[in-house]
Structures are given as structure tokens and as C-alpha cells.
Ligand binder design. Structure first.
Ligand code: FE
Ligand code: FE
Length: 191
């Protein structure tokens, strides 16, 4: 992996995230490294992707929208109405421009951490589930998700997607098509 100054990245996060979010990011980093070690994956890539994933989480909505427009990202009609997804689109843009992170797999893991997508790479799966099961999370079922994630990454992500889709269904919220496609592709891959 290219040179990334982890200390500078952490410093940026400390200055641009509220404390609660910053602590979440550090816990995602710990969980991502644990999972990477467990599966013999690149721990440095996991660390950088984890640190970057919520880098834009506390940006103002207008600022996120401006960056999305400036980078010619086309939002679907439902994405226009789901600002919760925007920080994931902006994270790789900031990490590329400010921290010169060029690794497409690392940037992809940041980009897809909220919704997932069809045919995710191992690192994309790892960050998706690390975000959900970091040790500060305490929703019903999280213990089971942690167990699955260390048993089999695909099983962890599949159940993670099921959990979050169920949540959105129960709340009558929009479900991004990428989450459905992520889940369908995992089911097909493992058939
Ligand atoms: Fe996020
Ligand atoms: Fe997060």
C-alpha cells in the first residue's frame, strides 16, 4: 500500500468529527484489523479504509452535496432523498485529494460501507461488517453478527444486510438498490 500518514489522518479525523463519531471510527479500525488478521488479509489496507470510512460523516449537508455535484456524481432519485448515504460517496474523494490515497480497493471499501453493493471485494465486505459490529454497537443481534463475521465473512455480511434491510422496512425508510443487490449477489455466490 502507498504511503499514507496514519497520524495525519487521525489528526484530521479528530479535528473534523464529533467525539462520539471519532471514537466509533477508532473502534471500527480495531475491529477491521482484527478481522483482517483473522482472515489473513492486508491489515494496513483494512486500517486505512476503516479510518477513512466516516471521514465526511460530520460535514454539513450542503457541503456534501457541493462535493458530490463538483465530482459529477449522479444521484438516483432515491439517493437524492437519502442524505445519510452521501458521506460514503464523499469519503473516497476526500481521502484521495487530501491524503493521496489511490488504492481503489481501499477507496471502494469507504464508498460502499453504508449500502454494500453487488460483488463486493473482501475488503469491502470487511469494512461493511466491521462498521456494524464494532464493540460500541449494542443493538439486539449484534453478538450473533460478530460470531458470524468471524466464522465466515460472507455469512456476516449477509446477516448484516438482512438486519439493516429489516430495520429500514420496519421504519418505512427508503432501501437503496445497492443493498438489495449486495444481498442477492451474496446469496447467489454461496449457492
Ligand atoms: Fe458511515
Ligand atoms: Fe461508521
Amino acid at each position: 500500500i502507498e504511503m499514507v500518514n496514519i497520524n495525519e489522518l487521525e489528526e484530521y479525523l479528530k479535528n473534523n468529527l464529533i467525539e462520539k463519531r471519532f471514537n466509533h471510527v477508532l473502534r471500527v479500525r480495531d475491529m477491521a484489523k482484527d478481522l483482517a488478521k483473522h482472515y489473513g488479509m492486508d491489515e494496513d489496507k483494512a486500517e486505512i479504509a476503516a479510518l477513512g470510512h466516516d471521514i465526511a460523516k460530520n460535514m454539513k449537508i450542503d457541503e456534501l452535496k457541493r462535493i458530490i455535484n463538483e465530482n459529477n456524481i449522479i444521484l438516483t432519485e432515491d439517493e437524492e432523498k437519502t442524505p445519510e448515504l452521501w458521506h460514503a460517496m464523499v469519503a473516497p474523494i476526500i481521502c484521495r485529494s487530501v491524503f493521496k490515497i489511490e488504492d481503489e480497493e481501499v477507496l471502494g471499501a469507504m464508498r460502499w460501507h453504508t449500502t454494500g453493493k453487488a460483488n463486493m471485494t473482501s475488503l469491502e465486505k470487511l469494512i461493511y461488517i466491521a462498521d456494524m459490529i464494532e464493540l460500541g454497537r449494542n443493538f439486539p443481534g449484534v453478538e450473533e453478527l460478530r460470531k458470524y463475521a468471524f466464522e465466515d465473512l460472507d455469512k456476516g455480511v449477509l446477516h448484516g444486510l438482512t438486519h439493516s434491510i429489516k430495520y429500514l422496512l420496519d421504519k418505512n425508510l427508503l432501501i437503496n438498490i445497492n443493498s438489495i443487490e449486495a444481498r442477492n449477489s451474496l446469496i447467489m455466490e454461496n449457492k
